[in-house]
Design a protein around this ligand. Sequence first.
Ligand SMILES: C[S@@+](CC[C@H](N)C(=O)[O-])C[C@H]1O[C@@H](n2cnc3c(N)ncnc32)[C@H](O)[C@@H]1O
Length: 312
Amino acid sequence: MSRTSKRLSDYAERHYKKVDGWLGPETISQVMTINACQRELGIAGHVGEIGVHHGKLFILLYLLADGTENALAIDIFGAQDLNVDNSGKGDLAVLTHNLKSYAGETARLKIISGDSTTLTGEDLTGAAGGKLRLLSIDGGHLARIVRHDLNTAATSLGEGGVVILDDFFNPEFPGVGEGTNQFFLFDNGRAGEKLAPFLIGMNKVYLTTEAYASRYIDHFCRKDLGRPFASTIKFNTYAARHHAVFVTELFGATVLAYSPDRFSLGYRLGRSLKAKARKIRGSLGDTRLGRHLRNSRLGGLIAQLANRIAPY
Ligand SMILES: C[S@@+](CC[C@H](N)C(=O)[O-])C[C@H]1O[C@@H](n2cnc3c(N)ncnc32)[C@H](O)[C@@H]1O
C-alpha cells in the first residue's frame, strides 16, 4: 500500500474522529464511492469545499485528490462577523495543522479566504487551477447563500463533477432546502452545467451534471445492491448491507435515497416482526381468534413494539 493510500484509509477509518466538525462514516463511504466511480469513468479535476471549518471533510477530499489535482478551501475564516447563520467557525491555522497531521503535507492546498457570495465560478477555477470534480457546499446556510453557491458550483464543475450539498434535510437549516429549491426552479441550466440530483445520503444531497446522474446511480446499485440500475423499479425499496435504499425522485430526476433510519439490526427485526404479524392477522381474518388477538393486550403490545422499532 502506498503512503497516500495508507493515509487515506487511516483517515477514513479512524483519524477523522479526531478532527472537529461534521462528518460520519456513511458520508465518508458515499464520497469514496463517488470518487471510485469518477476514477472508473476517467473523470479528473480539482476538489474543493465552501465552508471548511477545521477540515473534517476537506481532509478526505484532499486525500482523494491525486498528485496533479489541487484542493481548494473556501471560508471566511477570521471574518466571523460574516457568518450570519452561525454555522461552524472556520480557522485557517487549525485547518492547516490538521491537514499536515493527517495528509502529511499541504503542497496542493489552495485557499480563498472570503465570503462565498462574492465569488464566481471563475474565481474558483482560477484559484484551483481548472474545473472541479468534487465540490462540497457547506458554508453559509441561508437560502440566498446556498442559491448563490449552487450557481457558483454549476459554473466551476467539470462534466461529471459532483456537488456534495450539506444539510438539505437538516431542520435546523431550512434555508438550505429553500435556496436549493430556488436554484432548481429559477437558475439550473441558465449558466454553466445543468445539474441533477442522484443520491440522498444522511442529510446530504449529491448532484452532478445531468448526463452523468444515471452512471453514478448505476455504480451505487452495482456496489450496494449487487444489481444494475436498469434492473431496479422506481419507488421500490431494496436492501443493502447496512441500509434500505429507495429508488425515488427529486426535482424531476431519479435518485437513490439511503435511509438513515434503517441501519440497525433492530430495525430489520422490527420490520420482519411487523410483516409476520400482518401475515398471521391476514390468515386469521375475521375469525373469533383473530378478533380476540387484535383486541388483546398482547396483540397491542406486539404492534406497539414493532411500530416503535420500525416506524415506517
Ligand atoms: C458547518 S461549517 C463547515 C463544516 C465542515 N464542512 C466540516 O467538514 O466539518 C460552516 C463553515 O462555513 C463558513 N462560512 C459561513 N458563512 C460563510 C460564507 N458566507 N462564505 C464562506 N464561508 C462561510 C464558517 O466559517 C464555517 O467554517
